[in-house]
Design a binder for this molecule. Structure first.
Ligand code: WTA
Length: 642
């Protein structure tokens, strides 16, 4: 069986792509017919990329949870919606049918409203990967509250910044979270984040690790107690609140090249249509298939392809609490066999890390249920692509290399599994509705190709697709300057790309000051800011360098003048601790080199190009340094490089 909007041949892809570019409104108007709306739209699309302003399905009313839940009832009431695999494989899995999930979401929607949450309020969710996280997210959507999920690896300071930016009044968290052998005290981090906060009125705490937590009277309540109250009141259903198609569905903070992380805002209607459409088409999902996306719900991939896309499509989606290497490096393969997973969607960094264990952990695993493999988050090198294809997919599963971003909501460039051709390390063709263009630094379309017909440039999108970000929370100007001002009239992705004569796209990586470490986006400015907060640090400069497993590692050049101790190893550890406090462990530099000066131009600008070459081990090709204020500093840095 196919979904009505499912592309089933290369010819059909080509034809639909053409139509979608010629008339996007007509194209998406047709796709959107296959969703449940509370009220139809008057106009499919209105847009301009100057302010920018994008409106899809204007006038329509919708609630995404009616599409995720209600529309599958009663006919698919017993279909598993969510399969939860705990961190510890000896603990029991939990399976939620569509009926179960509906019941739980309605119940928690009551809990939220009983605690004062109203439509439009911002609810911060900071939880481990347990079913209650999915339930909390969907319950927010049910009542029209705007969720802002924060990845469990972020520090109290990062949470405090996000709470403040979103003026959040509510938090849903856990006592703690399990991740492999670790036990992370989430509520304690929230408590730290709330010191000095005066917007948060209520914290709902779900029990997972039962680690001791402080519960502040009048502010903190237990999830389980609140649910019991609803049970005793026999409140079973919760009518889905009518949302305008353009109302915000959620905020997700992400790093840019400057300043603090920004709150990317997605709108209810367009996000729903696009994530579902791309889920079905990219992975070629068939009803009954089991889909396993290994991302964390704290990132956009988890939002779009663990929760919203699959659930709107009535799919069975796996939620995994743990990590790929615990208790051993065969964990993914065990999960695939246990639930007969058909689609596995993971990150190149996970593949490379598992490659490091050799094929031993794959022996004795069947993996015969797999039909489609996917990757996301960073460029996949050919070696990792082939390992995945050969050893995991046994050479019979198409690998979809999906390129997209927090801001794009869903996949923009990818092959469609088994339908359009794959090309190792190439994300290949744009999805219908995605108008890609490579431009030079002046914003002109790149027309010149090399002898193989490949062009190279900065990747832009010239027209809106339904799940493009609408704004950055409480700061629309920042949205404009970040994405729409570099090349007026175009959405600039921040990525560099190649395009071959057949239109295939290969992402070469960020061209701005954003790092991609293990598939996590981190701004160099953010890391520098954290390092500079450490007492004794005078100045720092951070660049990326190629890293075998993480894709990119973080290399920090630091001018340190503290004289507390001369023990460099200890100072390094202290700096790492500061970064962990300010941002979180994911932003810890891999290398810290102490320097006496940084290469600067006469106007005082740090020449990162030079530092990048040194970090990459390409210091022989640094080029001209004569414009530097103090060229001698470069030799010193090269001589002491790590
Ligand atoms: C990078 C993740 C190459 C890219 C969904 C992008 C990729 C950034 C790919 C967005 C891919 C993502 N090939 N690079 N298939 N997918 N990227 O916001 O640099 O966490 O701009 O969204 O990851 O990261 P984000």
């Amino acid at each position: 069986m196919h979904y009505p909007y499912q592309i089933t041949s290369l010819e059909q892809y080509k034809q639909q792509y053409q139509q979608s570019i010629e008339n996007p409104a007509a194209f998406w108007n047709d796709v959107a017919q296959h969703f449940t709306w509370k009220k139809p739209w008057n106009q499919t699309l209105e847009w301009e990329f100057t302010s920018p302003k994008v409106q899809w399905f204007q006038g329509a009313q919708v609630n995404i949870t009616e599409n995720c839940l209600d529309r599958h009832l009663p006919q698919n009431a017993h279909t598993p919606a969510l399969i939860w695999e705990p961190n510890d494989p000896t603990e029991h899995q939990r399976v939620f049918t569509y009926q179960d999930l509906y019941d739980k979401v309605c119940q928690f929607a009551h809990v939220l409203t009983n605690n004062g949450v109203q439509k439009g309020d911002r609810v911060c969710i900071y939880m481990g990967m347990i079913p209650e996280l999915a339930i909390a997210v969907l319950a927010c959507a049910r009542i029209g509250a705007i969720h802002s999920v924060i990845f469990g690896g972020f520090s109290a300071q990062s949470i405090a910044d996000r709470l403040y930016d979103a003026q959040a009044e509510f938090i849903v968290t856990c006592d703690g979270a399990y991740r492999g052998a670790k036990d992370i005290p989430l509520k304690a981090v929230i408590d730290d984040a709330l010191v000095g906060n005066n917007t948060v009125k209520r914290v709902i705490v779900c029990t997972r690790t039962r680690t001791p937590v402080s519960m502040l009277k009048g502010r903190d309540v237990w999830w389980e107690d609140e649910v019991k109250k609803v049970e005793s009141q026999q409140q079973k259903h919760f009518p889905a609140v009518a949302m305008e198609a353009e109302d915000p569905l959620f905020i997700l903070y992400t790093s840019g090249s400057t300043g603090k992380p920004k709150g990317v805002v997605h709108a209810c209607g367009g996000y729903m249509v696009y994530t579902t459409y791309t889920f079905v088409n990219v992975f070629q999902y068939q009803p009954g298939d089991v889909h396993f996306c290994t991302a964390d719900i704290g990132w956009i991939t988890g939002h779009s392809y663990i929760l919203y896309g699959p659930l709107c499509a009535g799919a069975t989606t796996v939620l995994f609490e743990g990590v790929p290497t615990w208790p051993d490096a065969g964990r993914f393969w065990d999960i695939v066999d246990k639930y007969k997973v058909n689609i596995l969607y993971t990150a190149p960094t996970a593949i490379r890390s598992l490659m490091g264990f050799g094929i031993g952990p794959l022996q004795g695993k069947s993996l015969s249920s797999l039909k489609t493999l996917g990757t996301v988050g960073e460029p996949i090198n050919e070696e990792a692509w082939h390992w995945y294809h050969t050893h995991v997919g046994k050479g019979k599963c198409p690998v979809v290399d999906t390129w997209w971003q927090t801001e794009t909501g869903g996949v923009l460039v990818s092959n469609l599994a088994g339908i359009t051709p794959q090309k190792p390390s190439w994300a290949t063709l744009p999805l219908p509705g995605v108008a890609v263009q490579l431009v030079n630094d002046k914003g002109e379309e790149v027309t010149e190709a090399n002898e193989e017909g490949v062009r190279s440039g900065n990747l832009c999108i010239t027209a809106p697709w339904p799940s493009i970000l609408r704004t950055t929370y409480a700061d629309h100007e920042r949205c404009r300057t970040n994405y729409f001002a570099t090349y007026p009239g175009k959405y600039f992705t921040g990525d560099g790309a190649l395009q071959d004569a057949d239109g295939n796209i290969r992402i070469t990586g960020r061209v701005d000051d954003v790092l991609n470490v293990s598939g996590h986006r981190i701004g160099t400015a953010e890391v520098e800011n954290a390092i500079n907060m450490h007492a004794g640090v005078v100045e720092s400069a951070v660049v990326g360098y190629p890293h075998d497993v993480k894709g990119q590692g973080i290399y920090a050049f630091v001018i340190y003048q503290g004289n507390h101790s001369n023990d460099e190893a200890l100072i390094r550890k202290d700096i790492l601790q500061t970064v962990t406090r300010v941002i979180g462990a994911i932003a810890k530099p891999d290398k810290i080199q102490f320097v006496t000066g940084l290469p600067k131009t006469r106007s005082g600008k740090i020449m990162r190009r030079i530092l990048r070459k040194i970090a990459e081990g390409e210091w022989q090709h640094i080029g001209d340094t004569s414009t530097l204020l103090d060229p001698a500093v470069v030799n010193e840095i090269i001589n002491n490089r790590l």
